[in-house]
Design a protein around this ligand. Structure first.
Ligand code: CA
Length: 223
């Protein structure tokens, strides 16, 4: 009985310390994960390649780069889930906007993809996926996006006029489309690829599919 008051004081002190620690941890978590960046507007997908129902209530945009390994990984892991859960069910429309963070190769890949889109919008996604598939997994810094590579990739896809594509790539036919994408990259302050936006909200971690789902579900409720 003699030591009990001290024990009680110790227990209360420990409880208060634990509470303070818990509050600090919670606050940090809130500032790190709870505040996804939102813009007043969402990126216009006018003239962008899209998949999904054009009347879908929510729009998801990927700012991506054919030279970016994380974009390839995102396309192989998160994207298929997004398609089966939300595109195939008519809930979202998905669009891809080019980012040129890796210089001339990014530009060349984007010019080729935009040229394919202009030529035959139905062939766009096959080309897009096939070009990403060519990205070397061991050394992505090596030069691999060349005009010849884009033509080789296009040659494997039905209904692309490869001769026309050669002319278009060599004469920068789609440069206005590429520049338009770069303006969106600037407007939406894209710093990393892939950057995923659900309507006007930037997803903090593009590989956190649960947070993408949550943002889409919230946006669907708002509609
Ligand atoms: Ca575009």
């Amino acid at each position: 009985m003699k030591g009990s008051p001290i024990k009680i004081v110790v227990i209360i002190t420990l409880a208060i310390v634990a509470l303070i620690v818990a509050l600090i941890v919670l606050n940090n978590n809130n500032s790190e994960y709870g505040e996804e960046q939102s813009f007043e507007r969402q990126p216009s997908i006018d003239g962008q390649p899209t998949i999904g129902d054009s009347d879908a209530p929510v729009t998801v945009v990927e700012f991506g780069d054919f030279k970016c390994p994380a974009c390839k990984a995102w396309g192989e892991t998160v994207y298929p889930q997004l398609v089966s859960d939300y595109v195939d069910t008519g809930k979202i429309q998905f669009a891809f906007i080019n980012v040129l963070f890796h210089g001339e190769e990014s530009k060349l890949g984007s010019l080729a993809a935009e040229s394919v889109y202009k030529q035959n919008s139905d062939a766009y996604w096959d080309f897009h996926n096939a070009l990403f598939a060519e990205q070397p997994s061991d050394d992505h810094h090596s030069v691999w996006i060349t005009t010849d590579k884009t033509l080789e990739v296009a040659g494997g896809i039905p209904n692309i006029d490869v001769e026309q594509l050669k002319v278009d790539v060599e004469s920068n036919t789609a440069i206005e489309e590429v520049n338009k994408d770069t303006e969106l990259v600037t407007e939406f302050e894209v710093q990393l690829t892939p950057t995923i936006m659900v309507n006007n909200t930037v997803i903090e971690d593009p590989f956190d599919y649960e947070s993408i789902k949550q943002a889409i579900d919230n946006a669907l409720k708002g509609n």
